[in-house]
Design a protein around this ligand. Structure first.
Ligand code: FE2
Length: 99
């Protein structure tokens, strides 16, 4: 492979790696993941209300089970967000306030 092509490929790889380690992007991804779980929880809550309104209690119970899984995922995505913010703070040199 010609040196110029190798150099270009190395540059592209380095750019991809720097983006993967971009603390801003990691935080944005963590926020999106957490937001998605809460959006799903809102959807399931709305469907539960509708099922109850229609007297579909068995359906409402099944939806509650899924809602519970979404709540567990939201806890996990919150852990991911906390970890992303720790990483972000460390890379940006932000230290814990003494107050
Ligand atoms: Fe989910």
């Amino acid at each position: 492979m010609p040196a110029e092509e190798s150099k270009k490929m190395l540059g592209e790889t380095m750019l991809k790696m720097s983006k993967m380690d971009d603390p801003d992007q990691i935080v944005k991804n963590a926020i999106m993941e957490h937001m998605t779980e809460h959006l799903e929880m809102a959807d399931y809550n709305a469907m539960i209300m509708l099922a109850e309104k229609c007297g579909e209690m068995e359906t409402a119970d099944k939806l509650r089970e899924t809602l519970s899984e979404e709540e567990e995922m939201a806890d996990k995505t919150m852990d991911g967000l906390k970890e992303a913010m720790e990483n972000f703070s460390m890379k940006k040199g932000i230290e814990q306030s003494e107050e």
